[in-house]
Design a protein around this ligand. Sequence first.
Ligand code: NAD
Length: 296
Amino acid sequence: SATILDGRALSSEIRGELRDEVARFREQQGYPPGLVIVRVGGDAASGVYTKAILRLAGEIGVQARLEELPALTSADELRALLLQLNEDQRTHGIIVQMPLPAHLSQKMVADTVAPAKDIDGISPGSAGNLFLGLPSFLPSTAAAVMEILDRYRIPLAGKRVVILGRSNVVGKPLALMLLQRNATVSVCHSRTRDLTTLTRQADVLIAAVGRPRLVTAEMVRPGAVVIDVGINALPEGGIVGDVDFEAVREVAAAITPTPGGVGPLTNVMLLKQCVRAAWLANGLAEEKPDLSVPQS
Ligand code: NAD
């Protein structure tokens, strides 16, 4: 049965690397990389998420703080806070917790956060850079999927990759990142017909849909690599992915478990990009080589 792609083990490995890197940054600069999370009238679920990021930041030595605003905060007040954070030399990364109250627009936030501090890659500028194959901050969940594929040395060039889901935070950015790596990419979605014919062609199958156990063993080509992004709470309790793990592990060559796959890496990738933002702000990052889109 399949090799388990262990997100928890990778997470711990990368956290170790980040701890060392942050210590190096601190030694050189005299202060740590800084992260601010902005939360406007958040619910309990987003509170849990925020706490997880703060805990992780603390563990690797990034100075993180939470700016909690009341639910009735006006767009002008939120914009003023973001502009102030844009100017603050010790704040290298800014994330605004979604969802926002209905009277506040996600677009305003994306347009206001400085591109150099947009560590979750939500702004049109970051998306544009990704589209053009230029260095960019990336949506952290999509970045987590790439990290798993890379750390397990899953070959991508020339491979057929099928992505289920076309969201702006997972499916769409993943398609561009994989294209950049010379994979042949198909993106499926709620209107796709004859899904199984497509998924059975995949050398690498990535599910980011949000439907419990949508991907069955029959949909997977024997020997495929299966990455499950979905996180679904079952009414009867428990959490499952978009992939029927127990059945699919019998046909796949490698598979991520849920929980314990992509999830543990998402926040780690966010922090990794915050540390990168801090180096960049000081002109110290080794920029990735130009990743111009292969045209041929
Ligand atoms: P979304 O709801 O924005 O998008 C879902 C996508 O699935 C849509 O593009 C839709 O067209 C497609 N879809 C719906 N039904 C389909 C079907 N039957 N076949 C094929 N495609 C179908 O979701 P999202 O934000 O991209 O998240 C997807 C899943 O990933 C959710 O379960 C979410 O909880 C999870 N998620 C996990 C992490 C993580 O850290 N691991 C982060 C973000 C999202």
